[in-house]
Write a protein that binds this ligand. Structure first.
Ligand code: FES
Length: 112
């Protein structure tokens, strides 16, 4: 019998005070859902439809580079944020589960 269970990713999250949180990211969650469901202060007021930017995070360059390009909608929202970084800024609701992100460090962007 084969084991079809998919294991979770591990994420290290740096909050806005610089505190470190280790959490498990389940395969059926977006990154935003993993952050929110682990009680990190992500407002996610639009519920993940890329229209509020309150789920803004920074990813390390090597992690950022493994992801697909940001959509036009995502980029439009991000560039309006004061803390926008051309390399690293993502809306966490637009980042789907990927094995490549196991062990990644995610930093919460300041609230604008
Ligand atoms: S939750 Fe609103 S843009 Fe991501």
């Amino acid at each position: 019998m084969s084991n079809t269970a998919v294991s979770n990713n591990q994420l290290t999250v740096v909050d806005r005070q610089g505190a470190i949180h280790d959490l498990e990211w389940e395969p059926d969650q977006t990154m935003m859902e993993a952050l929110r469901d682990n009680d990190l202060p992500i407002l996610a007021s639009c519920g993940g439809t890329a229209s509020c930017a309150t789920c803004h995070v920074f990813l390390e360059q090597e992690v950022f580079d493994t992801l697909a390009e940001r959509s036009e909608d995502e980029l439009e929202l991000l560039v309006e944020a004061e803390s926008y970084r051309e390399c690293g800024s993502r809306l966490s609701c637009q980042v789907g589960f990927s094995r490549d992100l196991d062990g990644a460090t995610v930093t919460l962007a300041p609230e604008d």
